[in-house]
Design a protein around this ligand. Structure first.
Ligand code: LLP
Length: 437
């Protein structure tokens, strides 16, 4: 949350490969487009995504697992923008979805059902019907009760449901407690003890096809070890099943690959992760599947925002901006750090002072950064909030009747609005007051 060392505009310039945001001359760019040009055309707050950055990350991930057949199913929840999905579809990606809404998004972007996996701890019967009807590659079941419901829905629709069992390998991913999903008391996954019996049951049941087993131990994980430890457990389970004649099509290792938001954080070493995973798959005659979200889109996004005012209380300074917790919830919800930089490059010797960068929403938790070492940022000037491509727009809300921000897609020297800024009129138009009230 707070600055841990040097001002963001200093260290960010030393790691240009990490972010889609870069200075050229005195201005900030995403690829060949100046952020001030986007702000002038579209207004603020606006999310901007880089096509090249996403493609580079996709290819790096693909290269890391090149030694073993691996399907990448992008986690739509991290950023479901149709432009992002279409781009990833063209790169060859499938989709990991958690609702029928996300299924429709993925399909609208051209991702075919055979490349879509349906995760989530509480799928309704309607959602199961839609998934079975569409013939998704896999429904990732989270409990024996859910398997029973999938069985019933498959019978009712007269179709076969493809099932993967999501197990809980009970591994501590050493991340923010809200982002850990593979601990013993988590609501996610099937216990290791129950998994073998349930897998045999799915394998033997008409109307169900056992596609594989999988796990997702959490998000924003920077170390390779929790991944290899959970893969070890899954491998043992898979081998036991194979010895029993229960064959598997894939092992789904989930997502969770961590990125570096601040100077002090390290990103997951994806090449080392890939090497470990490929080595561990050597004797397994199954395809691997992964569900990355943040790794592909996180650093590709910048949230542009304008300074609404500067304010000084007796104890501290505030930079008030036009983006708020409703636009980017991560700082308020997870005390997450996002680097915040002026769009006009500060002078090398610019003096900095400590400020809280806050939004206009009526909550003290409405901040995008606390105690940040920032150069003077005049009212009306523009800022870029970095690493905002994942879980930014997808978690945005209308709190305080604030319309959702616009989204812009950048590819080379071109940019296009892929989602116009919502208007208050649109918000009000869907509401009704009963005549009798
Ligand atoms: N697969 C499953 C089953 C998941 O639940 C998730 C994320 C992913 C894949 C993708 O994880 P990723 O590769 O993006 O870490 N809102 C939080 C993150 C919540 C993640 C939930 N599940 C944040 O802003 O950090």
């Amino acid at each position: 949350m707070t600055s841990q060392g040097r001002p963001d505009h200093v260290w960010v310039q030393e790691v240009p490969e990490r972010f889609a945001f870069r200075y050229e001359g005195g201005k900030a760019f995403v690829e060949g487009v100046a952020l001030e040009d986007i702000a002038a055309a579209v207004g603020t707050p606006t999310y901007v995504y880089s096509a090249a950055h996403i493609a580079d990350r996709y290819r790096a991930l693909e290269a890391s697992v090149a030694g073993h057949p691996t399907k990448i199913c992008y986690a739509v929840k991290s950023n479901g923008s149709l432009a992002v999905l279409r781009h990833l579809q063209r790169l060859g990606s499938g989709a990991d979805i958690v609702s029928v809404g996300e299924m429709k998004r993925a399909m609208a972007a051209g991702i075919t059902p055979d490349k879509i996996v349906f995760s989530g701890v509480g799928k309704t019967d309607d959602e199961l019907d839609a998934a079975i009807e569409a013939g998704l590659r896999s429904i990732n079941a989270e409990s024996s009760e859910e398997v029973t419901r999938i069985e019933a829905r498959a019978k009712a629709t007269g179709k076969t449901a493809n099932v993967t069992l999501r197990v809980n390998p009970e591994i501590d991913p050493k991340t923010h407690p809200y982002l850990a999903t593979g601990l013993r008391d988590a609501k996610f996954g099937i216990s290791m003890d129950e998994a073998t019996t349930l897998a045999r049951h799915v394998h033997a049941t008409q109307g169900l096809r056992l596609e594989g087993i999988g796990c997702h131990i959490g998000s924003q994980i920077a170390d390779v070890t929790p991944f290899t430890e959970s893969f070890d457990r899954l491998r043992t389970l898979a081998k036991g099943l194979q010895e029993d004649g229960v064959s598997l099509g894939h092992i789904d290792l989930g997502g969770g690959f961590g990125i570096a938001y601040s100077e002090s954080e390290a990103e997951l070493d994806i090449a080392a992760w890939g090497k470990a995973v490929v080595a561990a798959s050597a004797e397994l005659d199954v395809e691997l599947m992964i569900e990355p979200g943040r790794y592909l889109t996180g650093q590709a996004g910048v949230l542009i925002t304008r300074v609404v005012g500067n304010k000084h209380s007796p104890t501290k300074g505030f930079l008030i901006i036009d983006a708020a917790m409703n636009d980017l919830l991560r700082p308020a919800l997870y005390q997450a750090y996002h680097a915040i930089l002026p769009v006009n490059r500060p002078a090398e010797d610019a003096e900095v002072s400590s400020v809280d960068v806050v939004g206009p929403v009526c909550e003290s938790g409405d901040f995008l950064g606390l105690e940040r070492a920032m150069p003077a940022c005049e009212t009306g000037s523009l800022l870029g909030v970095l690493s905002a491509g994942a879980y930014g727009m997808s978690m945005a809300s209308n709190y305080n009747t604030r319309p959702l921000p616009a989204e812009v897609w950048v590819d080379g020297d071109r940019f296009a609005v892929t989602r116009p800024r919502q208007t208050v009129e649109e918000l009000l138009a869907v509401e009704q007051v009963p005549e009798w009230a």
